[in-house]
Design a protein around this ligand. Structure first.
Ligand code: KG4
Ligand code: ZN
Length: 352
């Protein structure tokens, strides 16, 4: 049975997994770097790439030994080479190329965003394409028409910050630590989501599948400290105020994500939605999407929490290319950036 080693190092997790062609996971290892980035309130690219260098070989070794196999048992090596932090991507790519060369293995390129949606396919245990794909992570907030696992058409996305980035920055403003998403969700449990009136940017515009979270973040800052006033030490903030602001912010961002996801389904006529990326781990967001799926009768797929945040299991998408013998040469490069999604024009002139 063919076995692929998958490698993920696009941001701040170093991960490797061994997967067979029935998409069964023989092993999965994720080394997180949270403790290095915590003091800076966000991922520091230089620190991330250095930490990947230290971890990549032990993580690969551990994935192989947990799977009970050696390098000679592999049939291919796959690596996420786009998009992400340049220095981080390079470490995974060099690791994969080295194995491909030394062990004479076919090399497969993984698109990290397609892999996030493929996590839904893995969790469902059956085909979930075609679908509308919503990716909400620390670096991306995009909506796609996903014809197949490897064929995505961008329909829209954020015009400034990603949803996860907004969670992280607001959490930092509230003194909640890093990564901000889980910490903010916990704080919000004791808060009143109606306590602060925060904007829902672009939500009323039902012609555009676009998000904007930068103004929402600024609105939080102004309501905490006042316009033009400097930020105070977050530890001086009243815990109930922190909880209320966390709940109010979370409610606003969920309204935006949920509203545009439903709009994408309505505009395209699709009735299947797959959500991936770290913010998909947010419990109130998952609950809201489940309610909406029941109300509007669409099929919803959200992976379990461990497959929402970065991992190498979602690299199982490599089998889609393995079956088609779509391999790369050792000239394969990284591609750090993402083209801004071009909003498709439908026949009626409205964005679709
Ligand atoms: O997909 P991911 O692991 O990495 C990227 O590809 O960016 O996403 C990480 C992001 C972080 O911004 C983190 O704060 C956010 O996902 N996140 C959450 C939750 N868990 C992780 N945001 C909201 N609620 C959560 N429970
Ligand atoms: Zn990711």
């Amino acid at each position: 049975m063919p076995l692929i080693l998958t490698i993920e190092s696009t941001c701040d997790e170093t991960a490797a997994a061994v997967i067979n062609d029935r998409l069964e996971v023989l092993s999965s290892v994720v080394a997180s770097q949270e403790k290095f980035h915590e003091q800076f309130g966000g991922v520091v690219p230089e620190i991330a790439s250095r930490a990947h260098v230290e971890r990549i070989l032990p993580v690969i070794d551990s994935a192989l030994s947990k799977a009970g196999i050696g390098l000679a048992d592999l049939d291919a090596v796959a690596v996420a080479n786009r998009p992400g932090l340049a220095g981080s991507l390079l470490v995974g790519l060099m690791g994969a190329k080295t194995l491909a060369l030394a062990c004479d293995l076919p090399l497969i390129a993984i698109d990290h965003l397609q892999a996030h949606i493929y996590a839904c396919r893995l969790a469902a245990g059956r085909d979930v394409f075609p679908c509308i794909g919503l990716i909400v992570s620390g670096g991306h907030s995009n909506i796609y028409r996903c014809q197949s696992p490897l064929d995505f058409t961008p329909l829209g996305g954020t015009i400034d910050d990603a949803a996860g980035e907004a969670f992280d920055k607001v959490a930092s403003m509230l003194g909640l630590g890093f990564p901000g998403g889980p910490a903010l969700q916990r704080a919000a449990e004791k808060g009143d989501p109606k306590k602060f009136r925060l904007p829902r940017p672009l939500l009323d515009d039902d012609t555009r599948l676009a998000f904007s979270f930068s103004g929402l973040k600024t609105a939080v800052r102004y309501q905490l400290y006042g316009v033009g006033r400097p930020e105070m030490d977050a530890t001086a903030l009243d815990p109930q105020l922190v909880a209320d602001m966390a709940a109010s912010f979370q409610a606003a961002i969920i309204d935006c994500l949920a509203g545009k996801a439903v709009l994408a389904l309505r505009q395209t006529g699709f009735n299947r939605l797959c959500i991936g990326g770290g913010v998909a781990a947010n419990r109130p967001f998952r609950e809201r999407m489940e309610q909406l799926a029941a109300k509007h009768s669409f099929e919803l797929h959200i992976p379990p929490l461990s497959l929402c945040t970065d991992n190498a299991v979602m690299g199982a998408i490599a089998f889609e290319k393995f079956k088609a013998q779509q391999f790369e040469t050792l000239e394969l490069e990284i591609s750090a950036g993402l083209e801004r999604p071009k909003v498709e024009r439908a026949a009626n002139g409205r964005s679709a």
